[in-house]
Design a protein around this ligand. Structure first.
Ligand code: UD1
Ligand code: MG
Length: 431
């Protein structure tokens, strides 16, 4: 037991195949709100400020490793070649934590919604108990492991398959999340056998072993929704819905106007400022920040972009990665912006594609304007920082242009050059 604040390490189990997902993608990589469920678990653990994070991968381990490292380059991924049970999975993390001293917290990669304060409560409970297990009162206890209490202590965990009728009547269930001193945890795990109904090395067996050794164990309880594990596409969809409902409530509480909250979809990392207005049917992919007072009009799709104060986007706009909208810009209907900076006050109001470009302050990009950024081999950058008015004239349905279209691989630059020389138009005259 430890009085002082200990260092924490996190072990995330994610070797399972996830048969019921019926997928080639490892279960823990299925996304919720744009991030693999594994990343949600990794994020949840961040509240403990862990000095180490070890992910146990198995099925398609290389893919799992790639996703884990993409989120956090400091994570260690170990491979459990054969899935012999949760206890065996934890044992795979031992070498990676050989020189670690402190508490280890075991999480599941397919249980993405554990709240930060729940994990903090577990670490708090470690001050008084050797092992802390996260439990919940299950409405439908089904096949969860049951937490058996005795004399104010957690006495053992019984897996459903191995439980008696009396034990199955217990509704306090095991979430799978366990905290203990790392050295103690690995000692206990080494003592687990596989003489049980599943022939697996159950992590849950460490409780009875610990109690027999005179160690103490307790349960911290959380809401059932937090421990929601995902095993099927249906449960994945349920998890998505839960996430979205929570994200909508958070946005509303944070002072964002959502006219029809149930039609707005957030990513795990969406940031929206106070007094922003989000109209119905807007989808946020990963990596979006919207500043205070911006408006995202209906049916717009945004990912990897930044929208500044006072900007108005949509309706029917698409902002792709690298779109940077400065203050008071307008991006209107059927406009796609990718990897482009739209400087302060500039307008791209209708039917345009602005990609790999730099648009100057107060420019007015006319209807039907596109930047031809791709010549079939190379991507080119278009820069127009002069704040002009661009117009595109149409001739028999084809944009007026020089040197071929963007599709035929010849033209580099942007159509609006054809409008050059049409003198006397003020900014604001077009579009
Ligand atoms: C486990 C618990 C059960 C608990 C339930 C909560 C055990 C023995 N049982 O049962 O008490 O109520 O979770 O959902 O621990 N994994 C590996 N390698 C393995 C086996 C599993 O990495 O060899 C990973 C899985 O990918 C998953 C997690 O461990 O993320 C849990 O495994 P799972 O097979 O779902 O355990 P349950 O039978 O649900
Ligand atoms: Mg499970």
């Amino acid at each position: 037991m430890n009085g002082a604040k200990m260092a924490n390490a996190v072990i995330i189990l994610g070797a399972g195949l996830g048969t019921r997902m019926n997928s080639d993608l490892p279960k823990v990589l299925h996304p919720i709100a744009g991030a693999p469920m594994l990343v949600h678990a990794m994020q949840a653990a961040m509240v403990l400020d862990p000095v180490r994070c070890v992910v146990v991968a198995g099925y398609e381990a290389a893919q799992v490793q790639k996703a884990a490292l993409a989120h956090d380059p400091d994570v260690t991924v170990v491979v459990q070649a054969e899935q012999l049970g949760t206890g065996h999975a934890v044992a795979q993390a031992q070498a990676a934590l050989a020189d670690f001293v402190g508490d280890a917290l075991v999480l599941y990669g397919d249980t993405p919604f554990i709240r930060p304060d729940t994990l903090e409560a577990m670490i708090e409970a470690r001050q008084t108990h050797d092992i802390v297990v996260l439990g919940f009162e299950a409405e439908e206890p089904a096949r969860y492991g049951r937490l058996i209490l005795k004399g104010g202590q957690l006495d053992r965990i019984v897996e459903y398959k191995d439980a008696t009728d009396d034990e199955r009547a217990v509704t306090l269930c095991n979430s799978g999340v366990i905290a203990a001193d790392a050295a103690t945890l690995f000692d206990l795990v080494a003592a687990i056998g596989n003489d049980n109904a599943a022939g697996e090395y159950y992590l849950t067996d460490i409780i009875a072993i610990a109690r027999a050794r005179g160690l103490t164990a307790t349960v911290v309880e959380c809401a059932e929704a937090e421990t929601l594990g995902i095993n099927s596409r249906f449960e994945l969809a349920q998890a998505e819905a839960l996430f979205q409902n929570a994200a909508r409530m958070t946005a509303l509480d944070d002072g964002v106007t959502l006219i029809a909250p149930e039609t707005v979809y957030f990513a795990y990392d969406t940031v929206i400022g106070r007094d922003a207005v989000i109209e119905p049917n807007v989808v946020f992919g990963p990596g979006v920040t919207v500043e205070s007072g911006a408006t995202i009009r209906a049916f717009s799709h945004l990912e990897g972009c930044h929208v500044s104060r006072g900007a108005i986007v949509g309706p029917y706009a698409r902002l792709r990665p690298g779109a940077e909208l400065a203050e008071n810009t307008r991006v209107g209907n059927f406009v796609e912006v990718k990897n482009a900076v739209i400087a302060e006050g500039a307008k791209v109001n209708h039917l345009s594609y602005i990609g790999d470009a730099d648009i100057g302050p107060r420019s007015n990009i006319g209807a039907g304007t596109i930047t031809c950024n791709y010549d079939g081999v190379f991507k080119h950058h278009t820069s127009d920082r002069r704040g002009r008015v661009h117009r595109v004239e149409h001739d028999a349905g084809r944009p007026c242009q020089r040197g071929g279209s963007g599709d035929d691989g010849q033209r580099v630059g942007h159509y609006p050059r054809c409008a050059r020389g049409r003198s006397g138009r003020r900014a604001g005259a077009a579009g």
